[in-house]
Design a protein around this ligand. Structure first.
Ligand code: FE
Length: 232
């Protein structure tokens, strides 16, 4: 069996959000889609350990924000690698809410969908939520929707261990040439690639890891430079 075959499936980059009894939360999801047209129904798939999953089970409604390629790693890191059990993800995030208080991330989003859950399917580690489209609209942000492949290849992003598509240690990321070493965050797995730099934090492409200012932080999880190690 060649697990690399799975890599030809395509996914997006979304932020799924909800609210229950005053607690708002949201998370990055890469598995979501429209499954019927009349009426319009959609599905998402979330890890059972995640707070958002817990809240959607109670609230029975959620929003999907479709991220643009411009979305920075700080936003993705906050919604993808941090837990709402520890931080309020919406505190410094640009968002709007539905009339009944469901948050919708506006920052770096091209459009949004609001879904009322009708079916909940427990598939073991994850839950698939299926529901009808209640509302949809475009934000004024322009650009292309970010695909999961773009996130990996261009943004240097890693798969969070709770994502449905995570394959533990089975496929090693291929390293692409260049003389300067790549460095990996030991906390979240983000790889600093000197060829790409970290433009979101003002680090130009072509900057060696050693030349990054000491106050620079991991764009995904926020730890300091000393938490990085060279990639062999
Ligand atoms: Fe990190």
């Amino acid at each position: 069996m060649e697990l690399k075959s799975l890599y030809n499936l395509t996914y997006g980059m979304y932020i799924v959000s909800t609210e229950f009894e005053g607690k708002k939360n949201g998370q990055i999801a890469n598995v979501a889609g429209q499954i019927t047209n009349n009426p319009i129904k959609l599905f998402i798939c979330l890890n059972n350990n995640n707070l958002t999953t817990e809240l959607i089970k109670k609230r029975k409604a959620f929003s999907i924000s479709i991220l643009s390629e411009e979305a920075n790693m700080k936003l993705i890191g906050k919604f993808g690698f941090k837990s709402g059990k520890e931080i309020d993800k919406f505190q410094d995030t640009e968002y709007i809410t539905t009339k009944d208080n469901i948050p919708i991330v506006k920052e770096s989003s091209l459009s949004y969908l609001v879904v009322d859950v009708e079916t909940e399917l427990n598939v073991g580690t994850h839950t698939v939520f299926i529901g009808s489209l209640r509302d949809a609209n475009l934000f004024e942000n322009k650009g292309n929707p970010m695909t999961y492949a773009y996130y990996h290849l261009v943004k240097g992003g890693l798969t969070e261990k709770n994502a449905p598509t995570f394959i533990e240690n089975k496929i090693k990321k291929e390293t692409i040439g260049g003389n300067m070493k790549k460095y990996k965050c030991t906390v979240c797995g983000y790889i600093y690639d000197p060829a790409k730099g970290d433009p979101d934090s003002g680090i130009k492409p072509g900057t060696a890891f050693e030349d990054i200012p000491s106050d620079w932080k991991c764009p995904v999880c926020g730890v300091t430079k000393d938490m990085f190690e060279p990639v062999e």
